[in-house]
Write a protein that binds this ligand. Structure first.
Ligand code: PEP
Ligand code: MG
Length: 590
């Protein structure tokens, strides 16, 4: 093998394939002056490039429509309409008339448009910046004669390994599953949404590789190991054979874990744990029921929106929620209202705020856009007729938000009542505890909500001031930091005192060592990725609660995350034996 690049394991699985390098960035453009006699020629060249870009987009649109349906395909309509915009084409022609080369003229106009849209007061227009960027890249690539690297433009069955700097959720949902077998990115961490989505889609992925796009040129044969976070470039035939062997071993280990699906999650001293799954897209629901989970602890609804040009209407949302509720036949299904913003935005919505994670997202956006929020609430109340649906609010920091959401929920019920549509009015309402504010002040919520669910991905990010998606900070993202453990412990105590349920639905719950810590902190409900259900069951069934409690107490006394890790590892190792998988997904020791 030529060399290996180490990254962060994001979604398990071993894939051998060829690199499809996607540089989805605006290329650099040289300033080029043309003489008067070349002006008409240059304008013709510009229009020809536009026509080619449109032609390609139409093909792509047809392909996505056939594979994913009309809603997903509609995202390309926005880009097609941008290319038909007379103001835009006139702007470019004017600059060409001032003797600028077509690519520079187009580049300048697009830069001006993107800046104007990014600053626009209307959110819908700010969200168009991503579409403008896509058009900018597509047309410039043609004008500059660059190779076309469209993310979804690969022959079916190519089983390529997509290597790119970063993958926005909207690009991820466009990926052609028949052509792409795995994902590798320079940026990202285990808890960035591209990693979460890759796990949902069952696509092996390594993120945080930092230099993959600069070290690779495209077309190389590589092995990607999503379980260890490794990318091996140009492996020898013997190495490939060894990987295939490992692949089979992993499949066998998984099959033996799958046998645990039907047994109870109960500790050796008889404490029962409720294990639920996280579902990110409705299509996953049926497969998730086979994991052995007792319902859904978190359904992220925003993936109904990212990658789409328009918000899904009430009917479409109702069908999506009903599908999940019915798949779980009477078991609890906790559906979280839109957590849009941050790195999860509707089509092309590249973050246009200076601090998107501290910005206008999740419950804040929903409360400010009651027109959009009420549609979702109506769809949820209708779907609740078909099973045990519960509603959860993301990123709550104050009780006022809960009250405002309850008022909108009442409005939604009234609207359905007036329309004579079947719905429920007794749907439990819970909040995510995913900010230090919510954890410290968790006692202020207990009388007004039915349950808590601790979102450790954001809780760790906001408590430690460590961006969850920044690969350079990945080893500083330490869920076992004393501050995080104390906030979780406090939230559990408050919930117990208030007599309400508390669960953990962040990635921490899926990591064996941390699941052991959560158990010891008194968490009785965990919501994990479907693949992690048997693994967490094995941990629960291999320990006593008393032992976990003692380990968690030691972790709480520790003065650093590393000390806490050692306290937990030595006790879990003593109970179930040491195994490398206990540490999968933990940040490297510093
Ligand atoms: C979390 O923050 O832990 C969580 C579960 O929500 P998300 O990962 O979607 O932000
Ligand atoms: Mg969150």
């Amino acid at each position: 093998m030529d060399r290996q690049i180490r990254g962060i394991p994001a979604s398990p699985g071993i894939v051998v394939g060829h690199v499809h390098l996607l540089r989805w960035e605006v290329p650099d453009v040289r300033h080029r002056i043309i003489s008067d006699e070349h002006i008409n020629e240059e304008i013709t060249r510009f229009h020809a490039a536009l026509e080619r870009a449109k032609e390609r987009l139409r093909l792509l649109r047809a392909r996505v429509e056939a594979a994913a349906g009309p809603e997903e395909a509609a995202i390309f309509d926005v880009q097609l309409s941008i290319m038909d915009d007379m103001e835009l084409t006139r702007g470019v022609e004017e600059l060409i008339h001032q003797n600028l080369g077509a690519e520079k003229a187009f580049d300048l106009v697009m830069l001006e448009w993107r800046t104007r849209f990014a600053r626009h007061a209307a959110a819908m227009l700010r969200e168009r910046v991503g579409d403008l960027t896509d058009v900018h890249i597509r047309v410039l690539s043609i004008l500059l004669g660059l190779p076309d690297h469209d993310p979804v433009d690969l022959p079916a069955g190519a089983r390529a390994i997509l290597v790119t700097h970063d993958l926005t959720p909207s690009l991820t949902v466009q990926l052609d599953r028949a052509a792409i077998a795995a994902i590798a990115t320079d940026a990202g961490t285990r808890t960035s949404h591209v990693a979460i989505l890759a796990r949902s889609l069952g696509l092996p992925a390594v993120v945080g590789l930092r230099t993959a796009t600069s070290e690779l040129t495209g077309g190389e044969r590589v092995v990607l190991d999503g379980g260890t976070g490794m990318l091996a470039i140009n492996p020898t035939d013997e190495e490939i054979t060894a990987y295939h062997r490992r692949q089979r071993e992993e499949e066998l280990a998984e099959a033996s874990l799958a046998e645990l699906a039907m047994v109870e999650a109960i500790t050796l001293d008889g404490v029962r744990i409720t294990l639920r799954v996280n579902v990110d897209i409705p299509e996953e629901a049926e497969a998730a029921t086979r994991s052995g989970a007792e319902g859904v602890g978190l359904m992220r609804t925003e993936f109904l929106v990212v990658g789409r040009a328009a918000m899904p209407d009430e009917e479409e949302q109702y069908r999506a929620y009903r599908r999940v509720v019915e798949a779980f036949a009477g078991k609890p299904v906790i559906i979280r209202t839109f957590d849009i913003g941050g790195d999860k935005l509707p089509v092309g919505g590249y973050p246009s705020e200076p601090n998107p994670f501290l910005g206008w997202r999740a419950i804040r956006m929903c409360l400010d856009r009651p027109d959009l929020f009420r549609v979702q609430l109506r769809a949820l109340l209708r779907a609740a007729v078909h099973g045990d649906l519960r509603i959860m609010l993301p990123l709550v920091v104050t009780l006022d938000e809960v009250h405002a959401a309850r008022r909108l929920l009442a409005d939604a019920a009234e609207e359905l009542q007036a329309r004579g549509v079947a719905h429920r009015t007794d749907v439990p309402l819970g909040v995510m505890i995913e900010t230090p504010a919510a954890a410290v002040a968790s006692d202020t919520f207990t009388r007004d909500v039915d349950f808590f669910s601790i979102g450790t991905n954001d809780l760790v990010q906001y408590t430690l001031a460590v961006d969850r998606g920044n690969a350079n900070l990945a080893d500083r993202f330490t869920p076992l930091h004393p501050a995080v453990l104390k906030l979780i412990s406090r939230t559990v105590e408050v919930a117990e005192a208030g007599g309400i349920d508390v669960a953990v639905c962040g990635e921490m719950a899926s990591q064996p060592l941390m699941a052991f810590a959560l158990l010891g902190l008194g968490v009785r409900q965990l919501s994990v990725a479907p693949r992690s259900v048997p693994l967490v069951k094995r941990i629960v069934r291999g320990v006593t609660f008393a032992h976990a409690k003692e380990a968690a107490a030691a972790a709480l006394r520790a003065r650093t995350a590393e000390q806490a890790r050692q306290e937990l590892a030595s006790r879990l190792g003593a109970a179930i034996g040491d195994a490398p998988y206990l540490y999968d997904g933990l940040p490297a020791a510093r």
